[in-house]
Design a protein around this ligand. Structure first.
Ligand code: C2O
Ligand code: CU
Ligand code: CU
Length: 509
């Protein structure tokens, strides 16, 4: 069976035929930086905040003067940013008002929404086959129990996650807690999202889908918070940037054009035990890295570019080696919260795990067989065909395990993501983890011919997905599941135990 993008690619002849020419793309750093809007609750009680988010087609201006039909959460790409507080749960009603079929590719437009980084119950986790059809809605309950971190939400609908995310169904979710607030890190206007995505457009403004063989979808426009190569004015002090790679297939190796170092303070699961001073970091899809850059050392008028020295196996285009610019200005600024303490969060449970407590070591191989990307030679289609019984692993509640994840024999890199847990990277090819990844993680870059060992603990029962976060791989079909069990028995909630409901909304939020 051909995937929708494969069919299109094969029918197209020259896939770049209708591409918006380079001459019509904006020059880097000509568009101002902007944050996505903040998600506002429709109702708040002492126990929870309630949100309503509609998924619908929207016309979005990526290239100035050109309208691009996309899919959006509440009308914007990226969707609105959630600002949550640890201990205050939220309920989000996601309403699917998308067309029955995707116009360009013809697939049936089901969705499933995943809050990536949240230990949600299986029925609220965006399980790929727990779908919401156009004309339906589903209420997702998010506990907001973990430590402060940067999460993100995105579509996870089985077999067309890549196309849905590429067309705009992604957004950031910030979770704060008092321990982090007490650290004095840059806050407010000095704590900014950098949501990176890439896209390619046709001359008429529509999204252009091209497949680099069957390896991924790559754009020639690099966006930050939905804007192409923006420029941000920065004052002469420290800034915290929450960098999310929301691209479908593109990985980055990011650094500052000044060659200066900066501090890595947090990874996917929140603050690191202590900050790490680095000059660059390799950033795969789905990962979050939080950095603090000190602009105090630059003269006003200086421009620092966030640049990308592309890791291998990424399709290259003229300006993908730059992401955005920081323009230093002489404006007065609030000098408070201008510190990075030498200890951030030494007590994150995952970072306190000991390798010697592991009761099991499992092998996970990310491998391509018979034209399909697989995890241990299993595809999501096989999970569907097993009526969702097949699992890769059945760890016990409370068990600490080592997983050895490899791409041996494969000429490709795969960002490996496990739902529900945070893990720590024990080693890479027998070497210590990179300095920038010495924090709690939920996605790790498994490079070409690499073997990466992770340590994690499974704290509560349930059935969850794990997959490659190259969404093209994930869809075809490098995704499987595991189940956390008690004494060998399933006791978790079933991922299908809270199905979507037909519109109109039966109960008000
Ligand atoms: Cu960010 Cu299973 O996903
Ligand atoms: Cu996830
Ligand atoms: Cu992959």
């Amino acid at each position: 069976m051909l995937w929708p993008t494969q069919r299109l690619a094969r029918a197209a002849g020259d896939p770049f035929r209708n591409r918006l020419p380079q001459s019509r793309l904006p020059r880097p750093f000509t568009v101002p930086y902007r944050q996505p809007p903040v998600a506002l609750p429709v109702r708040s009680t002492a126990d929870a905040d309630y949100f309503r988010i509609t998924m619908a087609p929207a016309l979005v201006e990526i290239v100035p003067g050109l309208q691009t039909p996309m899919y959006a959460y509440n009308g914007t790409v990226p969707g609105p940013t959630f600002a949550s507080t640890r201990g205050k749960p939220i309920v989000v009603r996601f309403v699917n008002t998308l067309p029955a079929k995707d116009e360009a590719l013809g697939y049936d437009q089901w969705t499933s929404v995943h809050l990536h980084g949240s230990p949600s119950l299986p029925q609220f986790d965006g399980y790929a086959s727990d779908i919401t059809l156009p004309g339906q809605y589903k209420d997702y309950h998010y506990p907001n129990t973990p430590t402060a971190r940067t999460l993100w939400y995105h579509d996870h609908g089985a077999h067309h996650t890549a196309e849905n995310v590429y067309q705009g169904l992604f957004g950031m979710h910030k979770l704060r807690d008092p321990a982090e607030d007490a650290l004095g890190l840059p806050t407010g206007e000095f704590d900014l999202p950098i949501v990176i995505s890439d896209i390619m457009l046709q001359a008429d403004g529509k999204v252009l889908f091209t497949l680099a063989e069957d390896n991924g979808m790559y754009g020639d426009i690099i966006c930050v918070n939905g804007r192409p190569w923006p420029a941000l004015k920065v004052k002469r002090r420290k800034y915290r940037f929450r960098v999310l790679n929301g691209s479908v297939s593109r990985s980055y190796n990011l650094s500052l054009s000044s060659g200066d170092s900066f501090q890595m303070i947090a990874t996917d699961g929140g603050l690191m035990p202590s900050p790490q001073t680095v000059k660059s970091f390799r950033h795969s899809m789905g990962e979050r890295y939080e950095i603090v850059v000190d602009f105090a050392r630059y003269d006003p008028g200086k421009r620092i570019v966030l640049q990308n020295d592309s890791p291998k196996n990424n399709q290259k285009f003229p300006n993908i080696d730059v992401v955005m610019a920081f323009d230093v200005v002489d404006d007065a600024f609030d000098p408070s919260n201008n510190d990075v303490p030498s200890k951030l969060n030494p007590d994150h449970e995952t970072m306190l795990l000991n390798e010697s407590d592991a009761v099991k070591t499992r092998q996970v191989e990310l491998i391509r067989t018979k034209g399909q990307w697989t995890v241990n030679r299993v595809t999501w289609q096989q999970i569907i065909d097993s009526n969702f019984k097949l699992t890769l692993a059945r760890p016990e509640v409370g068990a600490t395990e080592i997983w050895e994840v490899s791409t041996q024999g494969g000429g490709w890199f795969h960002p490996f993501h496990i739902h529900f847990v945070d893990f720590l990277v024990l080693s890479r090819n027998g070497q210590p983890a990179f300095a920038f990844e010495r924090g709690p993680k939920d996605v790790m870059y498994v490079g070409e011919n690499e073997k990466v060992r992770l340590l994690t603990r499974f704290d509560a029962p349930g059935k969850y997905m794990l997959h490659c976060h190259n969404a093209v791989h994930e869809d075809h079909d490098m995704m499987t599941q595991y189940e956390i069990v008690k004494n060998g028995v399933s006791v978790g909630n079933d991922p299908f135990s809270a199905r979507a409901i037909d519109l109109p909304e039966a109960t008000p939020l």
